[in-house]
Design a protein around this ligand. Structure first.
Ligand code: NAD
Length: 321
């Protein structure tokens, strides 16, 4: 089997490669060629950690495997480690033999940023000028860097519970030569695209904070009970997701569905828009909302690409297993 350590990932996978892998696998999912398995995600009762497995099989890309890991909220303050820790394991779909183990931390950030970017590419208005960031944690800088490549944004606005952390987003905006402004949540009404990436269990963004025509990518809710936006916003929006079963159970849509404001039938797959079997945004006034729950197939897609590159470049470690 091959091992690709975390330290090698940064030099192996570009934002474009992650975007392409995620867009392709979303399309394969909507075409019925790739399937995610039910997610296991548990509070382990230790260090307030959420731990679990996300797996699947992409028959088109021949990627079989899982990502194991989760979210340890105290890692950064206690050990200087990022709060997400994960590892991807790939298997040979012809034999079941283990094929590779790949560091999943940076890949998680890249594939999550790629997912919101794919949603912006396919759902945001073409003339979007202002992007709003809600959250300034570890994932947020990856989200913003990738999103800025999707439209000719002229301004970044940002909100975080602790405003000191917004300096990180200002730095990313500065790299792209785009001005940055810290705002209150009401100020998000200026935004044409909003990305929410917080780990909250109560709504942060309300329907009154979002203007007509905005595309909202909700990227932080990946567990039962978590919530970033008010359910009224989903009721007012055209809702898309990576995987409908996850969206209504562990994603942002869980709350609107539980309160009877929408049903699973109101949630469409982003892959269908990519494939052209769903029209996507229907007017410049429509609010579109992408519920990015994070699917195992995203991890398998980027990890498979990484293993091929690492083997080619002599950076993968071969282990007799
Ligand atoms: P982090 O710990 O580095 O940052 C957390 C962020 O959430 C900070 O901006 C913090 O201020 C904010 N926050 C925490 N509690 C809040 C509250 N009650 N109200 C408002 N803001 C609050 O985390 P991260 O690595 O940036 O991840 C952010 C979220 O994204 C997590 O919930 C994580 O599980 C989720 N995530 C989702 C996917 C996916 O595929 N959908 C992938 C990776 C991470």
């Amino acid at each position: 089997m091959w091992i690709v350590p975390e330290r090698e990932i940064a030099d192996l996978v570009s934002r474009q490669a992650a975007f392409d892998a995620v867009e392709k696998v979303f399309a394969a999912m909507a075409a019925g060629d790739a399937r995610n398995f039910p997610v296991v995600r548990e509070a382990i009762g230790h260090e307030d950690a959420l731990y679990g497995f996300k797996g699947g099989f992409d028959r088109a890309g021949l990627a079989l495997g899982l990502k194991a890991g989760g979210y340890w909220p105290h890692n950064m303050e206690r050990q200087g480690l990022i709060n997400h820790q994960s590892t991807i394991i790939l298997f040979d779909p012809d034999s079941g033999k283990v094929k590779a183990m790949v560091g999943g931390n940076l890949l998680t950030a890249l594939r999550t940023a790629a997912a919101s970017s794919v949603s912006i590419r396919h759902l945001a208005r073409k003339d979007a000028k202002v992007i709003g960031m809600v959250g300034a944690g570890h994932q947020a800088t990856f989200q913003l860097r990738a999103a800025l490549e999707q439209r000719d944004f002229e301004k970044v606005i940002g909100w975080n519970r602790n405003p000191d952390r917004l300096a990180r987003l200002e730095a990313v905006a500065g790299e792209a030569g785009v001005p940055f402004e810290a705002v209150e949540l009401e100020g998000m009404r200026q935004a044409d695209v909003i990305i929410t990436i917080v780990s909250s269990f109560d709504p942060v963004v309300l329907a009154s904070h979002v203007s007509a025509g905005t595309h909202v990518a909700c990227m932080g809710t990946d567990t039962k009970g978590k919530q970033e936006v008010a359910p009224e916003l989903l009721a007012a929006a055209r809702v898309f997701t990576d995987e409908v079963a996850q969206s209504v159970s562990i994603g942002e849509a869980q709350h609107a569905v539980a309160q009877g404001m929408i049903t699973a039938a109101d949630v469409a797959q982003l892959g269908a828009v990519i494939n052209g079997s769903h029209p996507g945004r229907s007017s410049d006034d429509q609010i579109t909302l992408f519920d990015g729950t994070g699917v195992g197939l995203q991890d398998l897609a980027v990890a498979s690409a990484v293993v091929d590159l690492a083997v080619d470049k002599g950076l993968a470690i071969e282990v007799d297993f």
